[in-house]
Design a binder for this molecule. Structure first.
Ligand code: MN
Length: 306
């Protein structure tokens, strides 16, 4: 059985230390295993204190982020690339200090709608930075997870095939793909096949509906998604990500085009998501078990001699 995570922005836009403490408490009370933090500025938050509270609650943590335009490691401008590399190094340290083991999100380009296609030089710059940061991350006990997002949120990696090619170019075994059902639903010809293609290179997984609201209220076929996750043996964290204009972080809400309320009651939303994932995952496991039973060779009768 996989672990269940939830994104901080279900609870709060996290402008203050107390907001993050509240988010950890809600997450723990509702029976989730992990809280996904946004990128935290160590000059603004007491990261060690957050890590201690996390430990007291018995929660796991991950950190996700999108690089800003002035820290775009897929830029052709060396100063911008260097700034992005420094931001990634800081995010690795924050992930370690809060007690997390995964840094995820759009860490290979800016998180934005691009007006131009990526360049070969930009790809190479990003590959070189990620390869270097991956080694620092390894020393910190942190993996890097590249979130494959839709075309309106990055121009570099929109599909699993692109993500795997990028990882091959880095030559690193500390970089994985971070899949998200919301984005796969837009970009992959068949999200379940994309999961099977990613296989053991899946490091982190976001579950989100096509409208980014209640799971089951949109068009995503979650049964085939869970069947594929079982096929590839994914037993790590599945984190629920949902955004509503009820909770607004200026940067992320604008970039992700969160223009309306798809929910108002976040406790009800989080309870529903946990039940949904557990139920659909258990159903998929029963389907897989039934299939294996039917496929098992018939055992010859034993016991009595001829
Ligand atoms: Mn996501």
């Amino acid at each position: 059985m996989e672990q269940l995570g939830i994104h901080t922005y279900v609870w709060t836009a996290a402008s203050k230390q107390q907001d993050l403490e509240m988010a950890m408490e809600r997450t723990s009370e509702l029976g989730y295993d992990l809280l996904e933090f946004p990128r935290l500025d160590p000059r603004k938050f007491d990261i060690a204190a957050l890590g201690r509270r996390r430990g007291e609650l018995g929660l796991k943590a991950a950190v996700s982020m999108g690089l800003p335009v002035d820290g775009d490691v897929s830029s052709e401008d060396p100063a911008i690339v260097r700034r992005g590399e420094a931001m990634l190094e800081e995010a690795v340290a924050v992930t370690r200090d809060v007690g997390g083991h995964k840094l995820a999100g759009i860490i290979y380009s800016a998180h934005r709608k691009y007006a131009t296609a990526p360049t070969r030089k930009g790809w190479q710059n990003s590959v070189a930075v990620l390869a270097r940061v991956a080694e620092k991350a390894r020393a910190a006990g942190v993996t890097l997870n590249l979130e494959l997002v839709n075309r309106f949120e990055s121009n570099l990696l929109n599909t699993v095939a692109q993500g795997l090619a990028f990882i091959r170019d880095t030559g690193s075994d500390n970089i994985f793909v971070h899949l998200d059902t919301f984005h796969m639903n837009i970009e992959e010809a068949d999200p379940a096949r994309a999961i099977r293609l990613a296989g053991d290179q899946i490091g982190y997984f976001h579950i989100g509906e096509s409208n980014r609201g209640y799971l089951g209220s949109g068009t995503i076929n979650f049964d085939t998604v869970f069947d594929a996750l079982i096929d590839v043996g994914y037993a790590d964290c599945i984190s629920f990500e949902s955004f509503s204009s009820e909770v607004v972080d200026q940067d992320l809400s604008m970039t992700c085009a969160i223009w309306r309320n798809v929910w108002t009651d976040n406790v009800s939303l989080a309870r529903h998501a946990k039940n949904f994932v557990q139920m659909r995952s258990a159903e998929a496991q029963r389907r897989a078990d039934a299939y294996r039973t039917r496929q098992a060779p018939v055992q010859p009768a034993t016991g009595s001699p001829m």
